[in-house]
Structure formats: C-alpha cells, structure tokens
Ligand binder design. Structure first.
Ligand SMILES: [Zn+2]
Length: 507
C-alpha cells in the first residue's frame, strides 16, 4: 500500500492586494516537501495531521509507505501566483504515481491568477493521470464549491466548526471513509448542490444562530451517512461559485444523498436573513467601549477590527480603528496588530527604550476599494523587539509554530501597538504572551480578526465590540464591486422565493 498525503491550502480574497508567492506557503520559505512535510504536519493539528494518523494505522496493518510531497498552507491573500500554483500541482501529481490512495488537505477557496477553482483543476489533473486511484479531500468550511472538485474526488469532508477547531477530526473522517471504501466496506456515492446565497462571514460562527443549528443538523445526518458537509463559503471571492453549498456522501444511496442535500440547502435558505450582518458606525462602537468599561464583569473588552482580518486576506495595516481608539482616549489598550515591516525596521534601528514618532500602516494600495486607509502618525517608546516566533497553545491549530516576523511593541502610554512583519491572525493568546503582554490584565484588546479570535479570546473577554474600520474584508458588501459571482444571489439581490430551488439550478 502506498498512500499520498499532502496539503495545498489557501483561501483567496480576490479583492486583496496582498500577493501570494510560493514562499507564503511555507512561513517565509518555500513549502516543506518529503520528510520535512511529514514532520511538519505530524507536529500540528491540521487536517493533514488527521489524515496522517489514519494512514499510519493502515500502513501498520498492511505494510507499505506514506509519501508526503507537500505541506503548503498560506495565510489568506490575493490570487495565488500561477507559477507557485503550478509548481505545487506538479509536486503532488508526480508523487501520486504508483499510489493506491490520495489524501489531500485542500481549502476549497483557492483562486489562482488563471483558475477560479484551483482545487478542482488539481483534482481533475490527478484523475486524468491516474483514473482509478481513490481520492479523499478535506476542505475548510469556507470552501466555494465547484463541480470539478466533486466529480474528481471519491469522498469530500469539511470542517463543522467555526472557529475551526476540528481540522484534525476532518482529516480523520475523510481518511477513514476513504479506507473503508478502499477495503470494500462501503461504496461512496457523492452529490452536491449550492444555494444562491452569500452568508456573511461575521454571521457564520458556529457559536451563533443559524450556523450552529445548521452544523448540528449536519452531524445528525452524517450519523446515517458516510460524510455530510455544509460549506458556508467565502464571500470575498468574486467568482461564479462563491457562497453556500452542501456535499453529501452516502453508502451507495444516491436518492437519500439528494434528500439530505436538499434538506440542508432548504434549511440554510430559510435562515438567509440571519446570515446578514448589521453595521454600526465606528465612532459609536468605540464610544460603546468606553461605557462598557463601567459595566460589571471581568476580563478585557475586545474591539474587533473585522474589516481588516488577515485570515480573510486583509492587509492588516489599516489604521482607522486604532486611530479612533487614540482619538477617543481609550486607556490600557493592547493592539494586535499592524503589519508594517518598514516601520518595524525603523523602530529596531531606533532601539529598545527610545522614543520615536513614526508613520504606521496603510502601506498597501487596496485597488478594490474606493476609500483607502491612511498612515497613522504616532509617538511612543520602543518597548520590546522580538523575532516573532511562538507555539500555539490552542484550542485552534494547537502546536502550530507561528512566525510573526521581526516584531516590535510600540507603547504610546495608553496603547501598546504590536507591529509585525508577517501576516498572522490573532487567534491564540501566544501572540500577546510571547511579547510580554498579559491579555487578561488589559482593559481593552484590539484584534484584527472576525471569528477565529473566539476560540481563545471569547472565554476571557468581558465584552466584544465589533468595529467597522476599513479594509478588503469589509463587512459592507456595498463597498465591493462584484462582477463574476452568479446572479441573482442573496443578499446582493433581494430574492423572495420560499425555496432555494425556485428558478435556480441546483448547481
Ligand atoms: Zn475557514
């Protein structure tokens, strides 16, 4: 038995100006291959790690080998460089020769400079080259599904939590399903469909209605099937198939698979209004934060700069929320973070302990937006310099090695601003602790995040205040010029039909 396990993962924000070269897939280096890929994945809790665990058990039973041509996962950003994409596809395709099973940890929302469906193209190529090999695919809940993915895979499973704390389990589920079929215990039959809706990312958390209830129903239905996944989709991708979709795999029962798919799509469609996000002006939100200080309760108040979330392709360098925090005079604030490698170097040159006045942020031009961010001039003390490395404590991506790049803490007196050189989402307390800041002791934390912060910061927070700043993850769809997504689609278009099916093809 020869089993291939590989990761090629990127969530592409087609509105993002942040480039996606090959070295973004390996934390500043080219992605790991071979033994290094194996070791790198085995240390973490990714879908690939879950796949490896199951594959190892199979090899123990039957003998053989596992090949790991690629461990490539890049933080969300703009379309993937075509050359980088083709290199990764080639690595996987070459290594697949002579394999009995392929297990792929993909995202499902990868757009390249030339392909809207990066994953589908890879899977199609694999099927062309090696028609008989079973392929198991694990996808993120933010996958934007295309027919080519489903037609060229044997089993697909997706995350059922957001924040994503079940990546490992997703890998275990898909690998187990694939080997059950390979060893003749099941005959997977897979169907899929989508609904004409773009659920708002800020309304997709599984701690909230409706996605919590939807995923609960997914798990119930999965108990009688091989795999059931409801993808809420990633709306900041202007491609035809962005949005909500469902994949169902049953044991040789296509009719039941279609029934389950339609039940879930109808259920999601009936809750479409609850997936719409309501906006509040920034100045009002920050003013609420001042009042919240007097309210009873323990822990920091979180100001969520959700228009500029790096884990959705944000530049992480817009300054509007931080500017408002300084303007309204909030005290005892820690900010994670501003991405500005040039400012970091300037502050390192000034040295720890020195006072500096510096222009911070707004380095990227955001072509997709009419209004740009502007640099913020701040005066503060360079409090700490770090290489920006820490290990994630979890519960999300437990054990992952993070690299913020050269990092500086700039202290204005009221606000400690963490300035970083590599894009990292604050989803783990380590991004503060590793820099000598105790997040539990702060009155306020400003986080450039949308939902992932919830995994660790929500349990310690007194209150969360969502702040409409500026950025390519804007929560205001009116700021984006959608040209390619299929129309009509809710809520860009007002659709009043009771069923998702009325007038809309299933796929
Ligand atoms: Zn996701």
């Amino acid at each position: 038995m020869k089993i291939l396990v590989a990761m090629m993962s990127h969530e592409t924000n087609t509105f993002s100006p942040v480039p996606t070269p090959l070295d973004r897939f390996g934390s500043g280096h080219n992605p790991a291959e071979g033994k290094r890929a194996y070791q790198g994945a085995a240390q973490g809790s990714s879908t690939m790690a879950g796949m490896l665990q199951v594959a190892e058990q199979v090899i123990e039973r039957q003998g053989g080998e596992i090949v790991t041509p690629l461990l490539a996962g890049a933080p969300p950003s703009g379309p993937v460089d075509q050359e980088a994409y083709e290199y990764m596809v080639q690595r996987i395709c070459e290594a697949a020769e002579g394999c009995d099973a392929l297990l792929l940890d993909l995202h499902g929302a990868m757009v390249t400079e030339r392909q809207d469906d990066g994953e589908g193209f890879l899977l199609n190529k694999l099927r062309d080259l090696y028609p008989g090999i079973p392929i198991g695919v694990g996808l993120d809940m933010h996958a934007n599904l295309y027919p080519m993915m489903v037609e060229n895979a044997t089993v697909i499973t997706g995350y059922q939590t957001y924040p994503h704390i079940d990546m490992f389990e997703t890998g275990v589920r898909v690998a187990t399903a694939l080997f059950n079929s390979l060893e003749g215990r099941t005959t997977p039959t897979m169907v899929w469909g989508n609904a004409p809706m773009l659920p708002h990312v800020m309304r997709q958390g599984t701690g909230d209605f409706p996605n919590g209830e939807l995923q609960e129903r997914v798990r119930e239905l999965e108990a009688e099937s091989i795999a059931v996944s409801l993808f809420t989709g990633f709306p900041h991708a202007d491609i035809s198939n962005a949005g909500l979709s469902v994949v169902v795999v049953t044991d040789n029962d296509e009719q039941r698979a279609c029934e389950i798919r339609d039940e879930l799509l109808e259920l999601a469609w009936s809750h479409r209004e609850a997936f719409v996000y309501k906006l509040e002006p920034l100045a009002e939100s920050v003013a609420h934060a001042i009042i919240a200080r007097e309210e009873p309760g323990e822990g920091p108040i979180i100001l969520l700069d959700h228009y500029d979330n790096t884990a959705s392709g944000g530049t992480m360098d817009t300054t509007e929320v931080l500017r408002e925090i300084l303007l309204q005079g909030l005290e005892d604030v820690a900010v994670f973070g501003i991405h500005d490698p040039a400012a970091v170097q300037q502050m390192i040159a000034a040295g720890v302990g020195s006072e500096i006045t510096i222009d911070l942020g707004a380095r990227y031009h955001m072509q997709a937006l009419q209004e740009q961010s502007t640099p913020l001039t701040v005066t503060g003390t360079v409090k700490l310099v770090s290489d920006g490395r820490f290990v994630v404590k979890g519960p999300m991506s437990t054990g992952a090695r993070m690299n913020m790049g050269a990092t500086v803490v700039l202290d204005t007196g009221n606000v400690q601003i963490i300035v970083i050189s590599r894009h990292i989402e604050p989803f783990d307390l380590g991004c503060f602790y590793s820099l000598g800041i105790d997040p539990l002791e702060k009155t306020y934390l400003m986080l450039k995040s949308r939902i992932h912060y919830r995994a660790t910061f929500l349990p310690i927070a007194k209150k969360v205040i969502e702040c409409a700043g500026r950025g390519v993850c804007t929560s205001d769809y009116n700021q984006l010029n959608f040209r390619n997504v299929r129309r009509p689609i809710f809520p860009l278009d007002n659709i009043n039909s009771d069923s998702f099916k009325e007038g809309f093809p299933v796929s």
